[in-house]
Design a protein around this ligand. Sequence first.
Ligand SMILES: [Zn+2]
Length: 308
Amino acid sequence: MVTRLYTHPIFLEHLTPPGHPERPDRLRAIERVLDDEAFAGLDRVTAPAGDEATILYAHPEDFVARVRDAIPESGIVPIDADTSASPKSWQAVVTAIGAANAAVDDVFEGRVANAFVAARPPGHHAEKTTAMGFCLFNTAAIAARYAQKKHGAERVAIVDWDVHHGNGTQDIFWDDPSVLYCSTHQMPLYPGTGAKNETGVGNIVNAPLAPQTGSDMFRDALLSRVLPALDNFAPDLIIISAGFDAHHRDPLAEINLSEDDFDWATGQLLERAGRHSSNRLVSLLEGGYDLQGLAFSVAAHVGRLMKG
Ligand SMILES: [Zn+2]
């Protein structure tokens, strides 16, 4: 059983303004590092076209139409203060959703051990009715609901170690006990949500980290809060919102993780997927804005996924 990697050239064509941290070069850096022969065993697949109807699993129709109508015929238009769209953004985001849903199919149908989706734009800041924080639609939330509708998953866990709180995923599942959302993130930091006392219907577990903390606090948050919640919930599928902007090199935050921490965290979640989820684990790229920090972290993450 192999680890599958989903990519697609369209992900390079979602354009952001000059100087924007969420840029196509992020995926080029990932592609370069995964070219190494250490990753020769990766099962590389071009993402399939996404099914637009699945966007409605997490967002209402009028919001989806609003985003589609905002896509320009040329140039780059602002969607919010730091989120934008270019002519190919619609195809990029729908293909990102297609890749995530296909990865869910793969792990439920036993084709692969696990999967990593290297797509952009990211998704975890997109709320039910708000595109924000570089995100248009919430790919992880759609994939979780897809697993429930298509494969009969009763309980899906989303573990989000992006350095920013996934306010969008929390918003979408706030009153849905069939989805557990666990997040480690720097606080205070954009978007401002993610306090410990934000618990939804007992299905939200926030583990905020103080600025300038690092490996010890991150691992303690996983061991003391996230992993016990996973054990208690016993998910049928684990989705990782895999942002790598808690890396010490990242320019957008002040958490000092190294690639070793992402290797370790990946191993912990693989172990839980084995214990509760018949090994079903799908990882979706979120943030990560220092190209070297991102590339090394993805290499550690994917390398660990390949070890199973
Ligand atoms: Zn982030």
